[in-house]
Design a binder for this molecule. Structure first.
Ligand code: SER
Length: 586
């Protein structure tokens, strides 16, 4: 059975049973959820479990695009993916356990539908937990009534049979359906044997019926929802693997085209799988408007694309190859996701631009790695690759692994920390010693540097990021990312912008906020990717009149008024894509 047929059978069966087919939501969560991506079919429907009325009714069905990156390092084995589709069937306060289990069983086993062998099925049900909810005897009885032998129904705890999307929101016990994928067939198993067989992937989960009738707040069940809902999910790729009796997800028709493309890059199966998975994810992410960047979703996309490249033998994917990979995905999926076709050219363009950028980084990094490797690459050297050449640690680790070299990751982080402390001490030192008026002058230059960066971002564009800065009591120097020489007019506009802010005599203030909050407020600066940490953010201006917001340790002037007149002395190239401005306050 081809994957297209599985999808159609699924949607049609549940439609015939009174469910309305709804489209997949975007991979970018549209609610204010804290997750970067849509990670489950029910996630976009959360509000409807909590009581809102869904415009399409109380019975819904769809296939939802999802991205989960927590298992990214496992991708390359037989089962893990970063992008996947989740088949979902929902009852919003309509039918409950009995109909849910019966129709799932019918669809899975009936010859007209999936036609899987019922004697290879197993079910698990919730064993109960004093903190959550009682044992689910009802589901156990329903399973027996459809003909599941008692010895193939296992009671498991919350770790396996309780589902919630996070610490807050709807949740409940679930019953999961497993299928024996071994050639010979295993037959009846004791509880322990069953658990072992699932660990060994001889028996795999194919279906999950969650009975959402509880509400969680801050990780604790606080009561029941207004209505009893069902959230049924089944991984499309997993079902396809089982139905096609494929050895791995990558041996199904969903991946045959991509794997054929990837086999041109390398003969290593694991690498082919990683390239195929990451490319497919990237195509879907870009089709939902995500672009590569250094933070959040954009960073994940960047990492997926870069990692795909590093898995090729040549460490390069040519433009024509990008085109054919994108075409393979678009052609395979446009029947279900027509926006892939309309976005096709844009997807190709985004990937090409990103990989061109990466090529520059990687060329330098690989060269340096080659030089280093005969002496071994320790954490310190990995840090040099990262700090000097922008070569990601994860790539160094991958290269090192291929060469059988061990890199001490902790040493890398220690080095990074030392580096940060050193630069902090240096900037603190710069503002401490010296005569009073000198110090005051440096502080003025420091604030002027913030204003300059804000002006450059305003006038040249938001691609401008600080690459370095050096301040003394006579001038400031700022290195920033920008591809071209600035025109005289641009320099003039930047000067005018900074002087405008000086003339307005704006107040300067700081606050200590979480990294997340700083990002959301649009602050610029170095984000160390540690959620939960707080950072100091300096703002110039107040309310609607904030002209600069930057993560920084300070110190700064209290008001911009007496800083003097800002003048650019020189604008020049430092390296490819990085410019330097020297400026004074007169
Ligand atoms: N929410 C459940 C899951 O993701 C069922 O759809 O497994």
């Amino acid at each position: 059975m081809k994957s297209e047929e599985i999808r159609q059978k699924f949607l049609k069966y549940f439609e015939a049973n009174g469910h309305t087919i709804i489209p997949s939501a975007s991979l970018v969560p549209q609610d204010n959820s804290s997750s970067l991506f849509t990670i489950a079919g029910m996630q976009p429907l959360t509000q409807y479990f909590l009581g809102s009325k869904h415009p399409a009714g109380v019975r819904l069905v769809n296939s939802q695009k999802c991205v989960r990156t927590n298992d990214i390092d496992e991708v390359g084995d037989k089962t893990h993916l970063t992008f996947f589709e989740m088949f979902g069937i929902w009852s919003l306060g309509d039918y409950f356990k009995e109909q849910s289990i019966k129709q799932s069983f019918d669809f899975i086993t009936s010859k007209d539908h999936l036609g899987l062998d019922p004697s290879r099925l197993y079910a698990t049900v919730f064993a109960g937990d004093p903190e959550l909810a009682p044992r689910d005897n009802e589901s156990f009885e329903i399973w027996k009534s459809v003909g599941m032998p008692e010895g193939r129904i296992y009671f498991l705890g919350a770790k396996d049979n309780w589902w919630s999307a996070g610490d807050n929101g709807p949740c409940g016990p679930d019953t999961e359906i497993f299928y024996d994928i071994t050639e010979e067939g295993i037959g009846d198993l004791s509880h322990e044997e069953f658990v072992k067989a699932t660990d060994n992937q001889k028996i795999v989960e194919i279906w999950n019926n969650v009975f959402m009738e509880y509400l969680k707040k801050d990780g604790k069940v606080v009561g029941k929802l207004e209505k009893q809902n069902v959230d049924t999910g089944a991984g499309f790729e997993r079902l396809t693997t089982v139905l096609q009796k494929a050895d791995s997800i990558f041996d199904t028709d969903l991946f045959s085209g991509l794997m054929a493309e990837a086999s041109k890059f390398t003969s290593n199966t694991r690498s082919q799988r990683i390239i195929s998975d990451h490319f497919r994810s990237a195509v879907f992410m870009i089709s939902d408007g995500i672009v590569p960047s250094n933070t959040d979703r954009g960073y994940i996309l960047r990492r997926l694309l870069r990692r795909a490249v590093t898995k090729t033998d040549k460490k390069k994917i040519e433009v024509a190859e990008i085109d054919s990979m994108v075409e393979v995905v678009v052609n395979k999926y446009e029947y279900a996701y027509p926006n892939l076709k309309t976005e096709e050219e844009n997807i190709k363009k985004v990937i090409k631009e990103e990989l061109e950028k990466f090529e520059l980084t990687i060329e330098k990094g690989f060269k340096e790695f080659e030089k280093m490797k005969s002496k071994g690459v320790d954490g310190k050297e990995a840090f040099v690759l990262f700090s000097t050449y922008g070569f990601p640690l994860e790539l160094t680790l991958e290269l090192a692994k291929d060469e059988g070299i061990e890199v001490d990751v902790n040493a890398f982080y220690e080095e990074e920390k030392k580096h940060q402390e050193a630069s902090r001490t240096a900037s603190a030192g710069m503002f401490k010693g010296g005569l009073q008026d000198h110090s005051e002058m440096s502080v003025k230059y420091h604030t002027a540097t913030h204003l300059l960066l804000a002006a450059l971002r305003e006038i040249l564009g938001a691609h401008v990021e600080q690459r370095g800065s050096n301040i003394n009591d006579e001038r400031l120097r700022l290195d920033f990312s920008h591809g071209e020489k600035m025109t005289d007019e641009e320099k003039q506009r930047v000067e005018d912008w900074v002087n405008g802010a000086v003339m307005k005599d704006l107040g300067v203030s700081w606050s200590e906020v979480s990294v997340k909050e700083a990002k959301e407020n649009g602050a610029v600066g170095i984000f160390e990717d540690k959620y939960g940490d707080t950072v100091k953010v300096y703002s110039v201006g107040e309310g609607d009149n904030v002209v600069s917001m930057e993560i920084c340790g300070g110190p700064h002037v209290e008001r911009t008024g007496d800083m003097g007149k800002f003048k650019i002395l020189k604008e020049e190239a430092v390296s490819q894509g990085v410019r330097r401005i020297k400026a004074v306050l007169e």
